[in-house]
Design a binder for this molecule. Structure first.
Ligand code: ACO
Length: 456
């Protein structure tokens, strides 16, 4: 199978988020921080979380099963299954092998792919592996599935309100409605101790909050400038943000994403000639001599470019933040929750022919900016419509979740923490609150083998 394939990308998508959340207004009161710190300062509204009934295997299985069921996928038509996660419950056995239980039941075992891990970037690495496989000489004509999932929990303290949980599953193949641009991915990878999980006995990361923000913004600067350079090679008229219909970001919390769009504008400002600056960036000349690397926490500059970019943000980025604002940081699926939000914010007609850039960031650090086009080919129109209808149904489930008091959330977090390494173990979290179709943990035996069931 070496024939050239066209329009490789996302054919179908499913998102899973937990059925319970804590309201950030309630959490502000509970944590005794200033009113508005989480809701305005971080830009978050609700935070999804899992009790000890769910783990990384179960949430990925839930998203995968939904994708297969809703799209009536023939499991023998899948030749690759990739997983991206940073939620590690086993140092050897991959989440992918657990997901194989679904396939093996049908006798489908000839399936390549394994887990990819680097903080919030693993989902993107898994996605690139799948795209690359379909475009390669190894491809055998079947489709790929990518699953990215995480349970993002922090210890008590300032990082806790930036948690979340979820999983995304994506069907990858040729003739897709969401097509990946070739040859313009721009990566920035380097070493940093901004957020990492060296304590294997704990579910919580070590976080240097300020450094993580600096690393994120510096990775964005590097990826955006390289991405623009590569795009201009393909199309000399490419004008960065102004040539894009949407700009989507990994969202640790929504305020950082809004600041990031301001940062993109600052980069466009620095790259502009003085004549262009006067025309396109009136009133910002006091920043003419500012240097990227000295401005990550420059309040005046941040404020000026936040104001400058407000309209662009509302148009190109804000529609992508619905899931992030209401679920929180899902880590690897965060950017793809952004894609889902962006897609459901528009009708298929409004989306046809649109181009948007996506910025993926994983601490430690690994980052890439890449772009997706919504295929203009009318023959994929019905696929796009089906994809959006299905996602609309999923996103609608945000309103069917149960709000719990911060004390209940905090107690459930304590149960997770205390029992993180307990075996044998029977979870105590309720199953009645789970959405139908959710997989849940039934027990961990003496050999630390996990057993699951699916809620009907
Ligand atoms: N009303 C409105 N805004 C407020 C209020 C209030 N009452 N109180 C504080 N704020 C604002 C602050 O001014 C600040 O805004 P700024 O970012 O524009 O300066 C914001 O709320 C947050 O307050 P800080 O005091 O800066 O927050 P804190 O130090 O408590 O923690 C942080 C924030 C660092 C993001 C923390 O939650 C964290 O470590 N999170 C995890 C790491 C993270 O998400 N990093 C991002 C990239 S890496 C990744 O994706 C995991």
């Amino acid at each position: 199978m070496s024939a050239k394939v066209h329009n490789v990308g996302i054919l179908a998508m499913e998102l899973y988020f937990p059925s319970q959340y804590v309201d950030q207004v309630d959490l502000e009161k509970f944590d005794e921080v200033g009113t508005g710190k989480y809701t305005i300062g971080l830009g978050q509204s609700k935070m999804g979380f899992c009790s000890d009934r769910e783990d990384i295997n179960s949430i990925c299985m839930t998203a995968l099963h939904r994708l297969i069921e809703k799209n009536d996928i023939n499991l023998h038509d899948i030749g690759r299954l990739e997983v991206g996660t940073e939620t590690i419950i086993d140092k050897s056995k991959s989440v992918k092998t657990f997901l194989m239980t679904l396939f093996a039941k049908e006798g489908a075992t000839d399936i390549e792919g394994i887990d990819s891990t680097n903080a919030c970037y693993g989902g993107t690495a898994a996605l690139f592996n799948a795209i690359n496989w379909v475009e390669s000489s190894s491809w055998d004509g079947r489709k790929a599935i990518v699953v990215a999932g995480d349970i993002a929990v922090y210890g008590k303290g300032p990082a806790r309100p930036t948690g979340g949980a979820g999983a995304v599953a994506m069907l990858i193949g040729p003739d897709a409605p969401l097509v990946f641009d070739c040859g313009v991915r721009a990566s920035y990878m380097t070493h940093a101790y901004d957020f990492y999980k060296p304590d294997l006995a704990s579910e919580f990361p070590y976080v240097d909050g300020k450094l993580s923000i600096k690393c994120y913004l510096s990775a964005l600067d590097n990826c955006y400038n390289l991405f623009c350079k590569k795009m201009r090679k393909e199309n000399p008229d490419f004008k960065g943000l102004l040539s894009l219909d949407g700009m989507l970001f990994h969202s640790p919390y929504c305020k950082l994403v809004q600041k990031s769009l301001g940062r993109v504008c600052f980069n466009d400002f620095l790259n502009a000639s003085s004549a262009e600056r006067e025309k396109q960036f009136p009133g910002l000349s006091q920043f003419n001599n500012h240097k990227r690397e000295e401005t990550y926490f420059d309040r005046d500059l941040e404020k000026a470019f936040l104001t400058y970019s407000e309209k662009l943000f509302n148009e190109k980025t804000k529609p992508s933040l619905h899931v992030a604002r209401n679920v929180g940081n899902m880590y690897t699926p965060s950017l793809y929750g952004g894609l889902v939000s962006y897609l459901v914010s528009k009708s298929p007609d409004q989306l046809i022919g649109k181009k948007f850039a996506l910025f993926s960031y994983g601490s430690g650090l690994a980052s890439t900016m890449y772009s997706i086009n919504i295929c203009k080919d009318m023959s994929v129109g019905s696929k796009l419509e089906r994809l959006i209808n299905s996602l609309n149904e999923t996103v609608g489930m945000l309103n069917k979740r149960q709000c719990v008091e911060p004390q209940v959330f905090s107690d459930l977090m304590d149960v997770r923490t205390q029992n993180y390494h307990t075996a044998p173990y029977e979870p105590s979290g309720p199953t009645d609150v789970l959405f139908p179709g959710t997989y849940y943990l039934v027990r961990i035996d003496e050999q630390r083998r996990r057993t699951y069931e699916r809620k009907l």
